[in-house]
Design a protein around this ligand. Structure first.
Ligand SMILES: [Zn+2]
Ligand SMILES: [Zn+2]
Length: 201
């Protein structure tokens, strides 16, 4: 499979990744990607950048090393209402916006509440992609998410975390199987290969 883009990546600005923006762009170009999305974590993740980082992204060229750069954020879904931790004024300035649940800043609810929050994020017109919904961080009903994602043209990501059994979540392994099986069927082997986006048709 020829992979042409990766739009979920983090640099040192996110506090737990180890390459600069230019190093990432150079490496992506070396791997033959046409588009690289850099989506730093929003404020709820410890050690990530201040919102002013997002406000100043206009100074960064959108072409580097022969590829197109999309600069955005991976924004935290905070609760069962689908509240996000980056204001719309900042979101408007971004090329690409991912939303996801991260245990460091998520108020867990029931499976119905978690699903409702996820569906609200999927319906949010600012959000293009939902990150790693199958990683087991929160118990979720997948069917309403998939239906909402199809209706609102929001992408659902499958990545390496979706291939692992949940470590901290009480969610049984079988509930992540639809994502796991799909990723396995694609014979994904490395995180570079697996971090990819599916458009629902
Ligand atoms: Zn991420
Ligand atoms: Zn994430």
């Amino acid at each position: 499979m020829k992979i042409e883009l990766d739009v979920h990546t983090h640099t040192i600005a996110s506090g737990h990744a180890f390459s600069t923006l230019q190093e990432m762009a150079q490496a992506a170009a070396g791997k033959g990607l046409k588009v690289l999305g850099i989506t730093e974590h929003s404020p709820g993740i410890p050690g990530t950048c201040h919102p002013i980082y997002f406000r100043n992204l206009h100074v960064v060229p959108r072409r580097m090393y022969g590829l197109e750069l999309l600069l955005g954020a991976e924004i935290n879904i905070l609760d069962g209402q689908g509240n996000l931790d980056l204001d719309e004024d900042y979101m408007k300035m971004l090329d690409i916006r991912i939303a996801g649940i991260h245990s460091l800043c998520y108020k867990h609810g029931t499976i119905d509440e978690n699903t409702h929050g996820m569906v609200q994020a999927i319906r949010n017109p600012f959000i293009h992609i939902i990150s790693h919904p199958g990683d087991g961080t929160a118990a979720l009903h997948f069917e309403p998410m998939v239906v909402a994602a199809k209706e609102h043209h929001t992408l659902l990501e499958i990545n390496n975390s979706s291939l692992k059994p949940p470590v901290t979540s009480p969610m049984p392994v079988r509930t992540i199987s639809p994502f796991s099986v799909c990723a396995r069927n694609m014979k994904c082997r490395s995180s570079w290969e697996v971090t990819r986006i599916f458009r629902l048709i």
